[in-house]
Design a protein around this ligand. Structure first.
Ligand SMILES: C[S@@+](CC[C@H](N)C(=O)[O-])C[C@H]1O[C@@H](n2cnc3c(N)ncnc32)[C@H](O)[C@@H]1O
Length: 207
């Protein structure tokens, strides 16, 4: 089953399973983003829009997701909370329909390990953001206990098949596409998730 089909199924109960338990990290990520009035914000893999209530109403927020059913849930949330500053689009993160340098800040919360092509996604995020943009990544990072880590790596293919993300070396991946990590911390229960803030490295005026 591909990611779109998996999340079509998950859309009905995603919030019950992955809502409250990961919500403290989402809140911290939003605080770290420090969204300013008028800023253009991109959320990649917005899912059911579980982070939408955190955004300042003065910012222009665009949430994208490849799953029509996840976006449907996000739309419902947007209407219920009257979040008129938020736009939601069904879109593949590896081929975004935005012009170069459009956004001030971008976040991928629990999505970069789920998206089958993370490198292409990171490159696209860089392309659609301004040169001095800030990027935020929130992910399940697993335990820092060696034995548990080995177990987690062993079951990673199963997690991946279930669309729950694969074990990736996110820091290495970010460096490989010229992101500079400026903040890195652990959040959520047992510090199982990682929050990273990055800037894109600029070489001869190009990112
Ligand atoms: C684990 S959910 C994360 C939802 C939410 N951001 C959160 O904090 O819980 C991952 C989301 O990434 C989306 N996704 C997977 N591949 C994608 C792609 N290529 N482009 C855009 N979204 C994608 C899935 O449909 C799903 O809604």
């Amino acid at each position: 089953m591909n990611t779109t089909k998996i999340y079509s199924l998950y859309s009905h109960f995603y919030d019950s399973f992955f809502g409250r338990i990961f919500q403290p990290g989402r809140r911290i990520a939003n605080e770290l983003m420090d969204v300013q009035p008028g800023e253009k914000i991109l959320e990649v893999g917005v899912g059911t829009g579980i982070s939408l209530p955190f955004y300042s109403k003065n910012a222009e927020v665009v949430g994208i997701d490849i799953s029509q059913d996840m976006i449907k849930q996000a739309e419902k949330r947007k209407q219920e909370l009257n979040l008129s500053n938020i736009r939601l689009n069904i879109m593949d993160a590896t081929r975004m329909a935005f012009r170069d340098g459009f956004f001030d800040k971008a976040i991928a919360a629990h999505s970069i390990t789920v998206i089958p092509e993370p490198v292409e996604t990171l490159k696209e995020m860089k392309r659609v953001c301004k040169k001095d943009a800030e990027f935020f990544f929130l992910n399940y990072a697993g335990s820092d206990n060696d034995i548990i880590t080995r177990f987690e790596k062993a079951i990673s293919p199963i997690r991946n098949k279930l669309g729950l993300g694969k074990a990736i070396e996110l820091e290495e991946l970010l460096h490989s596409v010229s992101f500079e990590i400026v903040f890195n911390d652990r959040v959520n229960i047992f510090k199982l998730c990682q929050i990273i803030k990055c800037k894109a490295l600029v070489h001869n005026g190009k990112i």
